[in-house]
Design a protein around this ligand. Structure first.
Ligand code: NDP
Length: 426
């Protein structure tokens, strides 16, 4: 079959890269970089982490069919789990009639200066609030460049933190709202906090417990929504109305039961983390914020909302999302830069919007499978190649064994081994 007649997933890796070049999605030089999948230089690897002994490769693929705020997007994803990228692309295709829409209200991060052992806590709170001008001046002095970029300290508030059901101790915390433009901003914030802490201590006569950013980014919420006609959901075994209703009920159930919510949200993070990693961002920071937000109502809940509205299924995902397109590891990981180019984004906000859409698509895929055929059918079919490799299949044996496994009544390593032995005996 010629390359033009093959679907993207049927093409070889090099053919896929050629397709992306022909569609103007990547440049020839990026194609070369993707094709080589270079290791990090020894200097970079050594500077990123401590006690470095090796490098640990993960596969990268692209999700297709996304239309986000009216623009087509091809999305790089780095993930070790089979079926994540296929499911994501398939969802985006089903949802493509209207695509995804996104919104962001603002993007301010929160830094905390946490104080203890304050002699008069109410007076200390007032004193901090009265010294607004000096606090803004010191923040600017601590990190002039982020302020000259239009970011930096935007506001602050002070809270007495006390809960006698846990302890009699009380703390005074200054919450600083800081805009970090296109950087994830952890270092920027920590620098500003450390610049301010001595002055805050002087005002309060207290002691410092710590000064650090919060990953619970409640002032940097991003929303993705989608709306699909129920008729587009119809399958061989289910009407669109029935499937839409069950998807809505599945998202409702995840609000009620934390055991289900955890798995519901894990599916969302399958998509989100894959793009976060592909762009050199910090998945632990994103996970921490997302799961904290999932508990905002006092109990851990599913992150998405799906509803049948008239003849449509409407989906929504809102999460704190603070990503960088500069700084951190992004500037030193060569493929992170290429992946940002592939996405066609330069700003943190653009990247965050895309990541939320991927999370919503991933959740749609999981719910659609769970309330219809179950998740194993599609998952195991894509897992077949990994199983073949696990039992020792090599080169063309991998696809032969994987295909035989897909047709077999059961799929496990014993059967895969048997099939491989039979193949080799032929
Ligand atoms: P960096 O300090 O590496 O990058 C930020 C710097 O990039 C800015 O100070 C600015 O410096 C420069 N810059 C260039 N262009 C822009 C732009 N358009 N917008 C904003 N800044 C720009 O990284 P971050 O502060 O983003 O910190 C991220 C790292 O911190 C990640 O690696 C993360 O893992 C880590 N981290 C995370 C923590 C957490 O999540 N709890 C805690 C501690 C660290 P200049 O103006 O001088 O050019």
């Amino acid at each position: 079959m010629s390359q033009e007649n093959k679907k993207f997933y049927q093409q070889t890796r090099v053919e896929r890269l050629d397709t992306l070049v022909n569609q103007g999605i990547i440049s020839d030089s990026d194609k070369e970089l993707y094709q080589k999948t270079p290791l990090l230089t020894e200097d970079v690897a050594n500077s990123l982490i401590e006690n470095q002994i090796s490098q640990f490769p993960l596969p990268e693929g692209v999700a297709l069919n996304f239309i986000i705020d009216g623009e087509k997007k091809v999305i790089p994803m780095v993930v070790e789990e089979p079926s994540v990228i296929a499911a994501c692309s398939n969802s985006a295709k089903i949802l493509s009639r209207n695509g995804f829409s996104t919104s962001i209200s603002k993007r301010e991060l929160i830094g905390q200066i946490i104080l203890k052992d304050i002699p008069d806590i109410e007076a200390a709170k007032l004193k901090i609030e009265k010294n607004k001008d000096q606090i803004f001046t010191l923040a600017k002095e601590a990190h002039p460049s982020i302020h000259s970029r239009g970011g930096g300290l935007k506001d602050f508030y002070v809270k007495i933190i006390k809960d006698t059901t846990i302890t009699d101790k009380e703390f005074l915390t200054v919450y600083l709202l800081i805009e970090t433009k296109d950087a994830m901003g952890a270092n920027i914030i920590n620098t500003i906090l450390e610049g301010l802490t001595p002055f805050i201590l002087e005002l309060t006569n207290g002691a410092s417990l710590m000064s650090i950013l919060s990953n619970y980014n409640t002032e940097a919420l991003v929303t993705a929504t989608c709306e699909v006609p129920l008729t587009d959901l119809e399958t061989k075994n289910f009407s669109g109305q029935e499937l839409g209703q069950k998807i809505a009920e599945a998202s409702l159930y995840a609000k009620l039961d934390p055991h289900r919510a955890a798995t519901h949200n894990k599916g969302i993070m399958n998509g989100i983390d894959s793009v976060v990693i592909a762009t050199g961002n910090d998945p632990r920071a994103v996970e921490a914020g997302a799961h904290a937000f999932a508990s905002k109502n006092g109990r851990y809940q599913g992150m998405t909302n799906w509803e049948v509205v008239e003849d449509n299924l409407v989906g929504e995902l809102t999460l704190p999302m603070v990503l960088g397109t500069v700084g951190g590891a992004i500037s030193v990981l060569p493929l992170a830069k290429s992946n940002l180019e592939l996405l066609g984004v330069t700003t943190s906000e653009e990247l965050s919007r895309i990541v939320l859409c991927v999370g919503l698509a991933q959740n749609f895929a999981a719910l659609r499978a769970l309330v219809s055929d179950g998740i194993q059918k599609g998952h195991m079919s894509l897992h077949a190649s990994s199983l073949a490799i696990q039992v020792g299949a090599q080169n063309e044996e991998i696809e032969i064994i994987a295909n035989q496994l897909r047709l077999a009544p059961k799929m496990n390593s014993a059967i895969a081994k048997e099939l491989l032995m039979t193949l080799r005996d032929k």
